[in-house]
Design a protein around this ligand. Structure first.
Ligand SMILES: Nc1ncnc2c1ncn2[C@@H]1O[C@H](COP(=O)(O)OP(=O)(O)O)[C@@H](O)[C@H]1O
Ligand SMILES: O=P(O)(O)OC[C@H](O)CO
Length: 497
């Protein structure tokens, strides 16, 4: 009974990874699914894709691992956050496609709520800002726009869930309608201090509380899988949103510990301990994990474009075929040119939160070519991270230049990680296990199952692959960062009247 199955249901793909009792990866499977863009700024997923790729990758891993199912002690789930699913309680049928966290369709709704002065109340309860990013206005949109949805919701016939919640419902054959605190706190409906749904916000948006799931700890019993799915019932014992699972996987258990995950976007979380810290610099307050009913809080900075800027070099500009090519190109680039790319392709996230501005490039000369674009793309991720860390340090006086633990696909780039260390002026630590998100979910479930060590034991097992130390001199660092700040101001000025 020493194996743990981690499900990582992400924005572009679903993955399943089977870990053994020493956190070794026994088998993994990954399946991408179609992104739907029905209108400008809208992003949807077919709910049946989320389920079929999850169930399919789990089955594939179990087959490949040649480990008896009876040897899988538990399942841990981690997931793309904020994305909204609404389904019928009686049939399990979704009433609309999943509206994805990136979807901006409720921009006018959040603007109106801001104009009506609701933002301080929302922030005080949820730790979030009034932005379309979060689940609440997307759920309200479905209730407003799907025929008869609001009446059905009021009659108790519809259920809402973030992706973890929907997957648990499916895995348990409709027996459990539950989520964990790290997912609940991203809905903009959850009071992070009181630890319950906020009646005030539900009333404001016309959302019946009866459709919301029960909120549990991150490592607890969430139900057991239907026996016909994998050949036997398997308990689900761990759940966390993917960025919180990465925080756990990086063993950032002490206040002051900081991780940053570089996938499509970048999400930096700073553990601030048992009391929530409310940002003066437009960062989010979030629950990092919750054990025994006690939340541990974090400050979060969310950047929407990180690895995606490298994808743009590949798919948009077509100047690379593979993300790895950016490293030798950046090394060959002409350092006398200071080309700055602001990748505001979908607006800017923290700490600017400007949904309207778009990307810009500065400092081009006749000699600027693919190498300089590649370098500017990698550097943009370092600059954006420094913006977040500056805001975190301003918000959290105990914070000084900490070590930053990194993970996610883009952290594989030594060049990008060295520049990151140079521009933040602090060490950057990359762990041996880069599947940090899945590892976090596995640890939550395995710890609850008694397979894995407690927090301290797990933290001791965290192993370094490579440390990047700052090499840039202070004057260059400051001059380059000042250039970035000017570029940001100029970009924002394009949409400010
Ligand atoms: N060697 C590399 N150099 C730069 N970027 C990379 C490299 N490898 C992967 N990436 C970027 O990392 C991202 C993939 O990371 P991943 O953690 O799988 O993301 P997600 O979970 O958001 O899909 C892609 O956007 C890709 O462009
Ligand atoms: O699926 P990812 O890795 O892009 O993560 C998405 C985040 O959870 C959004 O908040």
């Amino acid at each position: 009974m020493g194996h743990i199955l981690a499900i990582d249901q992400g924005t572009t793909s679903s993955r399943a990874i089977l870990f053994d009792e020493t956190f070794g990866i026994v088998a993994k499977a990954q399946e991408e699914f179609t992104q739907h863009y029905p209108a400008s700024g809208w992003v949807e997923h077919d709910v049946s894709d989320l389920w079929s790729t999850t169930a399919g990758t789990c089955r594939e891993v179990i087959e490949r691992a040649s480990v008896p199912v009876s040897d899988i002690a538990a399942i841990g789930i981690t997931n793309q956050r904020e994305t909204v699913v609404v389904w019928e309680k009686a049939t399990g049928r979704p009433i609309h496609k999943a509206i994805v966290w990136q979807d901006r369709r409720t921009f006018e709704m959040t603007d109106r709520l801001k104009a009506e002065g609701h933002e301080p109340m929302v922030t005080e309860r949820t730790g979030l800002l009034l932005d379309p990013y979060f689940s609440a206005t997307k759920l309200a949109w479905i209730l407003d726009n799907v025929d008869g949805a609001r009446q059905k919701a009021e009659a108790g016939e519809l259920l809402f869930g973030t992706v973890d919640c929907y997957l648990i419902w499916k895995l348990t054959g409709g027996a459990s309608h539950v989520t964990d605190a790290t997912n609940a706190c991203r809905t903009m409906l959850y009071d992070i201090r009181k630890g319950r749904w906020s009646t005030t916000i539900c009333d404001l948006l016309g959302i019946p509380e009866s459709m919301l799931p029960e909120v549990r700890d991150s490592a607890t019993e969430f139900g057991v899988t239907r026996s016909d799915l994998f050949g036997r019932e398997i308990p689900i014992l761990g759940v966390a949103g993917d960025q919180q699972a990465a925080t756990v996987g990086q063993a950032c258990f002490k206040p002051g510990m900081l991780k940053s995950t570089y996938g499509t976007g970048c999400f930096a979380l700073l553990n601030t301990g048992e009391e929530p810290v409310f940002s003066q610099n437009r960062l989010l307050t979030t629950i990092a994990y919750q054990f025994d009913g006690k939340p541990t809080y974090a400050l979060e900075g969310s950047i929407f474009i990180a690895g995606a800027v490298v994808q743009w070099l590949r798919d948009g500009l077509k100047i690379i075929r593979d993300a790895k090519e950016t490293q030798p190109m950046a090394e060959r680039s002409d350092t006398s040119q200071d080309v700055i790319l602001v990748p505001a392709f979908t607006g800017l996230g923290a700490p600017y939160w400007n949904a309207e501005c778009r990307g810009a490039i500065f400092g081009l000369t006749r000699n600027s070519g693919p190498e300089e674009f590649a370098r500017a793309a990698l550097e943009s991720v370092g600059y954006q991270t420094r913006d977040l860390l500056e805001a975190m340090q301003a918000d959290w006086s105990k914070g000084e230049a900490q070590t930053l633990r990194v993970d996610g696909g883009m952290s594989a780039s030594d060049w990008a990680m060295q520049f990151l260390s140079d521009i933040i002026g602090a060490p950057v630590d990359r762990p041996e296990v880069l599947e940090t998100t899945a590892l976090g979910a596995a640890w939550l479930a395995g710890m609850k199952a008694g397979v894995y060590p407690d927090q301290d034991g797990f933290a001791e097992g965290w192993a370094l692959d490579k440390r990047f130390e700052p090499r840039m001199d202070e004057d260059t660092r400051q001059a380059k960062y000042d250039g970035w700040r000017r570029a940001i101001r100029a970009t924002l000025a394009t949409v400010e009247s």
